[in-house]
Design a binder for this molecule. Structure first.
Ligand SMILES: [Mg+2]
Ligand SMILES: [Zn+2]
Length: 190
């Protein structure tokens, strides 16, 4: 019997580091983000980075600079005994009419196939309601909004951009989000 994997689809800027609206040149992990990923690894929940990087299509960020940054982050995780199970990036702008720019489901659809994911028992964690929480709804996963990055703005001045949606949980940060996920997962498996 092949059992399906549970995954957490992690947003990058504003969730794992940075301010949420910054470009990635100065991006580095929040210290607690490494711990959060480590907790997922320990509990056999796949940690999958899913990020929109429209600056690539706009020509402000090269694919190589993005790849180099990911390599830097992977090394840092490795030094701390943690890892990503997958890294998926949408390089497009809205005008490119792709199917992968969050909240569209292209990236998650791909992960579900490639990594054999049980999407109903999986989670999207992010700081932007209109992309991360709406994505969770679009794929049928649970959505957790973090208050780092633009998370607080998502609940106030930008609430109208995802007003028909609710987060399943609102967490201070990604580590608290992961703790909630582990608690929820354990309750469901009893
Ligand atoms: Mg973000
Ligand atoms: Zn795309």
């Amino acid at each position: 019997m092949s059992e399906k994997n549970k995954a957490v689809f992690l947003d990058m800027q504003g969730t794992l580091g940075g301010t949420g609206i910054d470009d990635i040149s100065n991006f580095d992990f929040y210290p607690f983000a490494i711990e959060a990923i480590k907790e997922l690894n320990r509990n056999d929940i796949l940690a999958v980075l899913t990020t929109n990087q429209s600056n690539i299509s706009r020509g402000y960020l090269s694919q190589k600079d993005f790849d180099d940054k990911i390599l830097f982050l992977k090394r840092k995780l490795c030094e701390n005994g943690a890892h990503f199970d997958g890294v998926y990036c949408c390089p497009h702008t809205k005008e490119d009419n792709c199917s992968c720019k969050k909240p569209l489901t292209g990236m998650v659809d791909k992960v579900v196939k490639e990594l054999n994911i049980d999407v109903k028992n999986s989670f999207v964690v992010g700081d932007m309601g209109m992309s991360d929480i709406v994505l969770a709804r679009n794929v049928g996963a649970k959505g957790i909004l973090v208050l780092t990055g633009v998370g607080k703005g998502s609940l106030s001045e930008f609430r109208h951009t995802w007003e028909q949606y609710e987060a399943d949980y609102i967490a201070e940060n990604v580590l608290e989000a992961v703790k909630w996920i582990l608690k929820t997962s354990n309750e469901n498996s009893i």
